[in-house]
Design a protein around this ligand. Sequence first.
Ligand code: PMP
Length: 352
Amino acid sequence: MKKHNFSAGPSILPDTVMQQAAEAILNFNNSNLSIIEISHRSSDFMQVITKAKELVLELAELNSDEYEVLFQHGGASTQFIMTAYNLLPIDGKAGFIDTGTWSSKAIKETKIFGNVETIASSKDQGYKYIPKDFSVPNDLAYLHVTSNNTIYGTQYKDFPVTDLPLVADMSSDIFSKKLDFSKFDVIYAGAQKNIGASGTTLVIIKKSLLGKTGRTIPSMMNYEVQIDKGSMFNTPSVFSIYVSMLYLQWLKDKGGLEAIEKLNEAKAKILYDEIDRNPNFVGYANKEDRSLMNVTFNLTDESKKERFDQLAAEAGVHAIKGHRSVGGYRASIYNAMPIESVQVLVDVMKAL
Ligand code: PMP
C-alpha cells in the first residue's frame, strides 16, 4: 500500500530524486562505481558539490562574490555552536527571538560562548505565536531567528527589521517559498526536511562577517577554514550532498521557489481549511502565524483518537503524531509532499 509520509524529518523525498539516488548507489554516472565508494576529491564528486552550491545561490538569488555556500556535518545543532564561535566576539552579546525548542537550544549553546539577550519569546503561550512587538537593541553582534518552528507549527511571515547581522535557522522551511535571502547574513538548515536526506547541513554565509571575533576557533568549527577548503576540511557526506544536489535540481526544474511556494500554499490551505471547518479538530498555532510546512492540530474530543488513528493507518497516512512536547497531531508537508497525499489526509479527517 502506498504510504503518505508526513514525517517531520527525515522526510519525504521527490520520487525522481529517490530513483536517481538509488541508481547512483549501484552505478554512479555509468562509472560502474557507487556514489558511496568514490573519493570526495574525484572529479565526479567535485562536479556534484560545485553544482549543489551553484543551485543554492541560484535559487536564493545570491551573489557568489558576497556569499559562500557550505555543506557541513553535525546537523543544524552544530550550527548553534558554529554561529556563536564565528560571529560572537569574546565580549559581545547575541540577540535571540525564542520561538520554540530549537531557538531555546540555540540560546543554550550560545550561552557557553558569551552573553545572550532573549529579546522576545512566545513561551508564555506554549509557543503558539511569533512575537511581533519588540524593538531590537543595537548593541548586539547579531540577531538570531528560527524561521519555522517545526514542533509548534509557527512560521515568520515577516522577519524583524534590523541593521544587525541577521542569522536564521531555516531547517524546516528552507527553499519552500520565495524570500529576500539577501536580508540574511547567515542561513543554516539541516537538509533532511526540504532539500535532501539527513547527514548534511546547508550553510550560506556573508563572507564579510567573518574573522572578527578575536577567538581561536578549532578548524572544524571555523567557517573561514571550511570556506577555504570548499567544505572538505575532512571527508564530507558525499551521498547526502549528492541527494541535496538532486533535490535542488528538482526544485529548479519545478519552476524554482515561486512555483514551490504556490504548491506549498495550496497544500497548507486544504489542510487548514479542513481543520477550521471540521468540529472534530482545532488548530494549535495562532492563525496568523501558521506554518506552511508543519500543520499542528488537536482533536476536540480525545475519545475519537483511536478511530482517527485507525482511519489514518488504513489510508496509509504515516507519521502524523505530534511532537512529544506538544501532543496532538502534526502533518509535515514539506516541498516533496504531493498535494494528492494531503488530500488523502483531508479525506481521513472528513471521514471521522
Ligand atoms: N532547527 C530546527 C528548526 C529543527 O526543526 C531541527 C530538527 N528538527 C533542528 C534545528 C535540529 O536539526 P539537526 O537534527 O539537523 O541537528
